[in-house]
Design a binder for this molecule. Structure first.
Ligand code: GCU
Length: 433
């Protein structure tokens, strides 16, 4: 147990270091002031769009109206103004699957590669899948969208080495753990816990799908759809978050073909930009049964109209992460009240499916309260669809999970996943997957 805690802690720290969370608690980021004063957050409610009022003013009062009219309307608004549209048609996917045993022979291990083009060296994603050895039918599964290549996520020998992009040279480098560093990202013990409860656990490295830097559109899956001569998608087309989400959706296509996986019971999880990614994936792909979003913050579950921590202006500033979104998103940096959507509508798109927002008490940059209020505001959509909302409008104390269909958990601590979060995710999957 102690070793597991240490490794998971190292994992969390590595992830925090790797992901620019140094931004936290500085007054000015990229020349733009940051507010951490609760008295200056403004009245977000005054301009928040109502998820249950159509653009033409019609009130949504039935589940059918939501599903047929309002939901597609909101999806379109997010596509055009925030994440960008992904291609209407998937390419012909090819799969290569190798199966053996992992974790010292205690689990079924599959290594599936999904090829997005006929070229063996073209964009492809490696999915590492563990299944309980004693399963006597298809199993529900948690897909972890990771910052690490699969051979770094686990310390299981025999896992194919993945790669990392070098943003300067735009070349791929084999992902190797540094000499002397603890091998593995510390996920082994967590994965085994899921297997012991009868769940499968899969993990993939997000930049297999599309790189995570400006100018990456010519290298990953988006390159397959660029207009001749273009280096960037159009202003309403997919940024990298949408590309990662689309890639995850193709992994679900694979799960549907794998007889050992119950593709109707797939949960997805990711942290930070990957928290935003799993929210958008769950919103777009209704086959996903459960969403566990960690510290997704601005551009994810945190209300943008609440002026606290990161803002759309910070996110889309040219030296930061504009490429992760549709180029159109940058237009709202100056006046976020013009954005026709907000984070509570993203949460609403996951309704009536279970969604757990995980945050951290000191992760101010991501605005944990803004995420809570967004879930409060999305509650009316869950209620309309006959599911339970948060059940409260008061921010819960740290380390007190709300295990409702629309759930919330704020650990005591900062950005990313802590060991306790994985315990909560497992419990949530036991209840809802
Ligand atoms: C930055 C960014 C966040 C993002 C985070 C991450 O801090 O400002 O919006 O969530 O990186 O992905 O780690």
């Amino acid at each position: 147990m102690k070793r597991y805690l240490i490794l998971s802690f190292l994992a969390a720290v590595t992830m925090m270091a790797a992901n620019h969370v140094t931004a936290q608690d500085r007054d000015v980021i990229a020349g733009i002031p940051v507010n951490y004063d609760e008295s200056k957050t403004g009245d977000y409610k005054a301009t928040l769009p109502d998820p249950l009022t159509m653009l033409d003013g019609t009130k949504v009062t039935t589940a059918k109206q939501w599903e047929k009219k309002r939901r597609p309307e909101i999806v379109k608004l997010f596509e055009e103004n925030q994440y960008g549209k992904w291609p209407a048609k998937k390419p012909k996917l090819r799969y290569k699957v190798e199966q053996d045993l992992g974790f010292d022979g205690t689990a079924v291990r599959k290594q599936a590669t999904i090829y997005f083009s006929p070229d063996d060296n073209g964009p492809q994603v490696d999915v590492l899948i563990y299944l309980p050895k004693d399963a006597n039918g298809p199993v529900p599964l948690l897909l972890n969208v990771s910052f690490m290549a699969n051979n770094i996520t686990v310390s299981d020998p025999g896992v194919k080495a993945g790669f990392n992009w070098n943003p300067q040279t735009k070349a791929k480098m084999t992902a190797e753990s540094r000499p002397g560093a603890p091998r593995g990202f510390g996920m082994d013990a967590t994965i085994k816990k899921f297997l012991n409860e009868g769940f499968g656990f899969a993990t993939l490295h997000y930049t297999d799908i599309d790189p995570d830097f400006l100018g990456g559109a010519t290298l990953g899956v988006r390159s397959l759809y660029l207009k001749p001569g273009a280096e960037e998608p159009a202003a309403d087309e997919w940024g990298s978050i949408s590309a990662w989400a689309w890639g995850i959706s193709t992994v679900v296509d694979y799960f549907e073909k794998d007889p050992d996986i119950d593709a109707k019971r797939i949960a997805i999880t990711g942290a930070s930009r990957l928290g935003k990614t799993v929210m958008w994936t769950g919103a777009r792909d209704q086959r996903i049964a459960v969403v566990l979003a960690s510290c997704s913050g601005e551009g994810g579950a945190a209300i943008s109209r609440r002026y606290f921590g990161e803002t759309v202006a910070h996110l889309t500033e040219k030296t930061r992460f504009p490429y992760q979104f549709a180029a159109n998103y940058g237009k709202y940096g100056d006046d976020v009240t013009k954005l026709p959507v907000d984070a509570h509508m993203l949460v609403s798109l996951i309704a009536p499916r279970p969604c757990l927002l995980q945050t951290g008490t000191t992760d101010n940059w991501s605005d944990p309260k803004g995420e809570f209020y967004s879930a409060v505001e999305a509650g009316k959509v869950y209620r309309l669809l006959g599911k339970d909302d948060l059940g409260t409008t008061e921010l819960p104390a740290p380390d007190q999970p709300i295990y409702h269909t629309l759930g919330y958990f704020m650990h005591e601590g900062g950005h990313g996943n802590l060991p306790i979060d994985w315990e909560i995710f497992l419990e949530y999957c036991k209840r809802y997957l």
